[in-house]
Design a protein around this ligand. Structure first.
Ligand code: RI2
Length: 315
């Protein structure tokens, strides 16, 4: 391995580490960060043969993808960016750089579009409940507010990483009246809510949503109280490999995120579990707001087929 390769690999590893530690988080943001990392890696890659180029790109891709297993935006971004057809190193490099820039530009535009499309479904005076910290869901909420709708938000704390605190700071910057609640107060407050809006880490071909742990409780409570449950998701959050029956893996994070290891050091009969995500079945989802329009979860397959430039034979 040449010096140039290892220097570039070092930069890529730093991004991967930030994703793993959740310094860089949110399914959309990690996808963009991975696209950037692959682009920069390819840009500085000094190799002598096409074979070497292919191997380096393949290894770098697998390395990034392995950082967080659930958010499908990550492998989708890496696969879209590393789709090159040329057998010439310089041309292939250009293709990767172009793909990455296009992906990043589209991801930014997608958030804007989701905001505009979703905001039309928000009514003046609506009370919105949200969970965790989704930039896609927040785009809808802040766009509705900027369009003059007098909305307010109930935001969950989202244990154990407390991403709800990022949400309340963001909403406060816009001047949106917000109430922070603990996750276990979701059902208690659902009667006051008009609409629930959450983001997505992955959506399977049958419309099942994978999102921050606790999302399915919001969905159940909304269903019971007959409130609208809306998901905000860019098209690259849909999972192509679920078409052939692959299951989306739920990331298990360290128990240290929940409880100080010293406090439980002597509890030999205890185990602590920390799944980062859960599944919400399609039947609890009223609509998915994507950058190409609002869909019912029942037609998730169409998004995968038409908008992820995936050939079925490739899966
Ligand atoms: P955006 C987050 O995961 C949350 O589960 C959030 O709902 C989802 O990503 C989508 O976020 P984490 O990275 O892409 O906090 O809409 O584990 O920002």
């Amino acid at each position: 391995m040449t010096l140039a390769i290892s220097y570039n690999m070092q930069k890529l590893k730093e991004t991967a580490e930030k994703i793993r530690k959740m310094e860089l988080r949110g399914a959309g943001r990690i996808a963009k960060a991975a696209a950037e990392a692959i682009r920069d890696y390819a840009e500085g890659l000094e190799v002598v043969s096409m074979e070497e180029f292919n191997t380096c790109i393949r290894e770098a891709s697998s390395f990034l993808i392995s950082t967080r297993p659930t958010a499908v935006s990550l492998p989708n971004a890496v696969k879209l960016v590393t789709k090159y057809s040329s057998g010439n190193i310089e041309e292939a490099r250009k293709e990767i750089i172009g793909n990455a820039n296009l992906f990043i530009e589209r991801a930014d535009k997608a958030l804007e579009k989701i905001g505009k499309i979703g905001a039309r479904r928000i009514k003046d005076g609506d009370i919105i409940m949200t969970h965790c910290n989704s930039h896609a869901a927040l785009s809808i909420i802040t766009t509705a507010f900027e369009n003059g709708k007098a909305i307010s938000v109930i935001a969950t704390e989202s244990r154990p990483r407390r991403q709800g605190l990022s949400t309340i700071h963001h909403l406060n910057k816009f001047g949106i009246p917000t109430t922070l609640i603990v996750d276990s107060a979701v059902r208690y407050y659902m009667k006051d809510v008009d609409i629930v809006i959450v983001g997505a880490d992955a959506i399977s071909t049958n419309g099942t949503l994978v999102n921050k742990i606790g999302t399915s409780q919001l969905a159940l409570a909304a269903h019971e109280a007959r409130k609208i449950f809306m998901v905000a998701a860019e098209t690259f959050k849909f999972s192509p490999s679920t078409i052939v029956g692959d299951l989306i893996e739920i990331e298990e994070r360290s128990s240290d995120e929940i409880v100080d290891p010293l406090l439980i050091a002597n509890l030999s009969h205890l185990q602590v579990k920390n799944p980062a995500f859960d599944f919400t079945p399609a039947r609890y989802i009223d609509m998915i707001v994507t950058d190409v329009g609002i869909i019912s979860p029942a037609i998730a397959y169409v998004i995968i087929k038409e908008h992820l430039s995936w050939e079925l034979g490739e899966i």
